[in-house]
Design a protein around this ligand. Sequence first.
Ligand SMILES: O=C(O)C1=C[C@@H](OP(=O)(O)O)[C@@H](O)[C@H](O)C1
Ligand SMILES: C=C(OP(=O)(O)O)C(=O)O
Length: 496
Amino acid sequence: MLIGKLNPGKDGDAVRAGEGTPEAVAHWPAPTAAGPISARVALPGSKSLTGRELVLAALADGPGILRAPLHSRDSALMIDALRALGTDIAEIPSDRAFGADLRIIPAAELTGSTSIGCGLAGTVMRFVPPLAALALGPVAFDGDPYARKRPMRPLLDALRALGADIADEGRGALPFTVHGAGSLRGGRVELDASLSSQFVSALLLAGARFDEGVHVVHTGDRLPSVPHIEMTLAALRARGVAADSPAPGEWRVAPGPIGALDITIEPDLSNAAPFLAAALAVGGSVTVPNWPGTTTQVGDQLRTLLPEFGADLITNPDGSVTATGDGTLRSVTLDIPEAGELAPTLIGLAALAAHGTDGTDGVASEITGIGHIRHHETDRIAALVAEIRGIGGDAEELPDGIRIAPAALHGGVWHSYADHRMATTGALIGLRVPGVEVEDIASTGKTLPEFPQLWARMLGHESWNGAAVVEAAAPAADFSAIGIAGRAARSFLEGI
Ligand SMILES: O=C(O)C1=C[C@@H](OP(=O)(O)O)[C@@H](O)[C@H](O)C1
Ligand SMILES: C=C(OP(=O)(O)O)C(=O)O
């Protein structure tokens, strides 16, 4: 089946499939699982750690190495952005399943007179402008149509208060130009980070290179994604930078050198979410190897969040984590401001809980504290409600979350809104509900280009060349209920 791909609308907003220019793309028929699954799924590097370590390596006092970094659209955009500012980034061939290591040689002086494409990457549009302020010359930023909707004003205003010259014609959003002067005064700055923790991380990451360092004071009444700020502080300290949080909602980075490192990136634990959740959705177990013993990644909270749905989560002696479920899902009431990044997967599980075992015995759930995910790759609350309703579910928007009532789900098109986590949530629901077709599965390339292959192998399809990446022993996926689309899925999966 060919339909229109997600394309820019006239007002620059993202629109759903079929509404834009008809660029033909096949829907991805989500495979259903015939029975309980049993798989081991290794995952590529963390988006958030790769982005931070690239930025810090570009600002460091000598050459550095990133081992096992993520290779995806977001990390490629970050690499391109740093190269545009004069950083030398080269691939070091490796035999890793997910691609080359990276050698980073910082520029003697960051150079401007360039332009940077941010795609839809929050980390690029927020973390790179402070570096542009340290560069010499103008640096023009822009991104995907929907990226222009993502909030930037608090960060741009904070950078101005710290001495930067930024032209945005009052938009408070992309596109804008940072007129770098080669240095930035820095110092104390107030900023409302209630829409995104990335505003804070952006200032802290470059803060050691500001003349006076930086002292960020959050003025809003709530702060999302706190673990991501803690990740930033930890990454700075690992490089010898004095970085702390002297009070709740305040962070300081002292001026000084940022140490060069040879560092290995942890697997992306947020991208583990749909895979571990698959064991809950259809029963069985999924193991993710190389789970870090200690980590600042919010994905580590899956070990306590997934048991809320009735799963058994264990850490194995070899350091892997296994989720085991029996295919029945409990009702949940979760308030998770710190873990908005995990919300789409958790909401997908809540939709399956509301479907129940056969559409007649579902349970209600409520997930709140996630108002800020309206400002992610799309308005995720509106998008999830629309797509769950589109396949028969009973979902309702709350100001800062979502409520899902019992209702039987059925097949249909699941739109992705160019959002990788919308796409993987459609795949998760489709494991259990026959006939779900995910529009724009390629949007998973934002942070996990291997998603379709890893998903297929989780279900027992052996033909992908990453043989060491996934060991699966699952019953064959069942496509019979989705007819022609199912046969297309089978040949797609067998062709990889
Ligand atoms: O700093 C980071 O790497 C991130 C911070 C969070 O952003 P928000 O604070 O905007 O939720 C998270 O959702 C995003 O995926 C990655
Ligand atoms: C919110 C996310 O991405 P970004 O870094 O673009 O904000 C995400 O990956 O869930």
